[in-house]
Design a protein around this ligand. Sequence first.
Ligand code: TRP
Ligand code: SF4
Length: 374
Amino acid sequence: MPIVAFRIDPWSNESIKEYGKLFTYFGIKPFKEVLPKLEEIAEPHPLMRRGIVFGHRDFDLVIDALKKGKRVAILTGLMPSGRMHLGHKMVIDQLVYYQRLGIDIIVAVADIEAYAVRKKSRKEVVEIAMKEYIPNYIALGLDPEKTRIYFQSNNEVPYYRLIQIFSRKVTLAELKAIYGEDLETSKIVSALTQAADILHPQLPEFGGYELVLVPVGADQDPHLRLTRDIADRYGAELGLTRPASTYHRFMSGLQGGKMSSSNPESYIALTDPPEEAARKLMKALTGGRITAEEQRRLGGEPEKCPVYEMNAYHLIQDDKELAEVYEACRSGRLLCGKCKRETAERLKNFLREHQERLKQALEEVPKIVSPPPF
Ligand code: TRP
Ligand code: SF4
């Protein structure tokens, strides 16, 4: 059997169907195993309680570090391409949660990756980041005073030195094993740049954090595997330690299949007019049966329902309320028309409030980006 029988491509927008394989092939651990330990210091976020954040590497070290009062930073990245939608919101919700626990937040804008790998123009990338992504991050609750967002193209010098230094001990063979045979120079540079994103907060110039936690979608794990190996190799020389990471599931598209930036009917954008968003939701696929009679008799299947997902991932904070929707659906008491109308109301309320905050947030952008992009 080939060593890599299952490969994740962090550059494709394919969704991962079999999360279980991430445990068996790559040694990601189930997040639910660390929940009791997390509960000793804080109430887990709903995304964690509900199994949406499903996996981790070394998250127990983060809890230990927080208990001992060590300095922990969170580093995550955003890809400034297309419009921001609910699928992007999950990482930000986690950042807000961690920020309230007192952890410092750093966000890398992957403008170099967007330019070199995704072939976007520089101008478009900077504009999307400044006018779409970063304001949405603030409107979702990230504190501009306590967050640093930087562009990969414009960080301080020791960050670039890391990328160059890493090039000595990373072989082409291992890059091919992780990313596949169709490597390109742009992908190699982006991979080393992402390793520098994740590891640079440990350098004294950037705060000298003792541990870095990286919350990401499961597709980004190849970069984390590479980065962990790099940390091992440069541990003695540069004083770097392995990052910890957590992984969340992706949302399904409204029509089933994957949620994709290239198909606006598959997602709800954070800037969709509320009525437009409600219209998309009313058309969504459900886990309902073909006829109302059948649904009353057999019950619906919330596990397969994008509308249920929308509630579980974003719109219902209270676990009891969510459990009621689940039970009502399973028992056949709740039919999809009513369920969709109720979900659409929640969605419209969320979007109205969010978009109100967004107006204000646009003015806060300069406070949070440092240094400014060029
Ligand atoms: N590659 C990530 C993406 O496609 C963006 C990214 C850049 C990132 N640097 C990072 C993610 C560091 C996590 C950590 O979305
Ligand atoms: Fe989905 Fe709601 Fe229909 Fe159940 S009742 S299948 S949760 S839309």
